[in-house]
Design a protein around this ligand. Structure first.
Ligand code: PGA
Length: 252
């Protein structure tokens, strides 16, 4: 499967700026997108249609939502349904991003509901997991990440298609801080997640589910990170906001 190069724009960019960045990215990647990579841009909801328009007719570029609410429709003020994301052209959605967990207070069980609901609604889901710095220092990396995986994927059928599911390992202490996990730390965490996925989904699916790394990915460290075993892509925040730096990461 191709490496998934994902840009999470978080709560940045008005429509005009989003359109300009997306068009710039299309131009920079024209004829230069490596065969083994696919690009995913995850803009704020208000810019989905604009970015989708800039990507129209291009191959290898997809659109994703930053979150979803686990219901078809209803009285859920402020929330967004998976069908609405699909209607806006999304193929992917994030669940369990650390900012949803730690700033907005989402718990493991709710993240699990969202993941299963998004998959059932036909979206490909990227479940984000990762430990806080105090958890890592206390030796709880494996306990925290496996708890998040178990709850986050609790209702996902074992026969899920590996194209429809990805896990993003994002150590919370590396997000937006300029600190990247070292190659050894990334390798160990990804190997642990891989082993868990094989145990959970079996020898057919477990090895194929993509595991992305996220947390201060930059043009200068992308190549190193992408060369580590079980790193099947990256989830980029800050360095994805400029087309130039994200294109450099995509082609690293
Ligand atoms: P960062 O964010 O690249 O700015 O560290 C990554 C993320 O939150 O997905």
């Amino acid at each position: 499967m191709k490496k998934l190069m994902a840009a999470n724009w978080k709560m940045y960019k008005m429509r005009a700026e989003a359109t300009a960045t997306a068009s710039d990215l299309v131009a920079r990647l024209d004829g230069r997108l490596p065969e083994d990579r696919e690009v995913l841009v995850i803009p704020p909801f208000t810019a989905l249609w604009a970015v989708g328009g800039a990507f129209a007719g291009k191959t290898g570029l997809s659109l994703g939502g930053q979150d979803l609410y686990p219901a078809k429709e209803g009285a859920f003020t402020g929330e967004i349904a998976p069908d609405m994301l699909r209607d806006a052209g999304c193929r992917y959605v994030l669940t369990g991003h650390s900012e949803r967990r730690h700033v907005l207070g989402e718990d493991d069980a709710f993240v699990g509901k969202k993941t299963a609901f998004g998959l059932a609604a036909g979206l490909s889901v990227i479940l984000c997991v990762g430990e806080k710095v105090e958890e890592r220092k206390a030796g709880q990396l494996e306990a925290v990440v496996t708890r998040q995986l178990a709850a986050g994927l609790a209702d996902v059928p074992s026969e899920v298609s590996p194209e429809a599911l990805a896990v993003a390992y994002e150590p919370v202490w590396a997000i937006g801080t300029g600190l990247t996990a070292g190659p050894k730390e990334v390798e160990e965490a990804h190997a642990m997640i891989r082993a868990w996925l094989i145990e959970r989904f079996g020898p057919q699916t477990g090895p194929s589910v993509r595991i992305l790394y996220g947390g201060s990915v930059k043009p200068g460290n992308a190549e190193l990170l992408l060369g580590i075993d079980n790193v099947d892509g990256v989830l980029v925040g800050g360095a994805s906001l400029e087309a130039e730096s994200f294109a450099a990461i995509v082609t690293a």
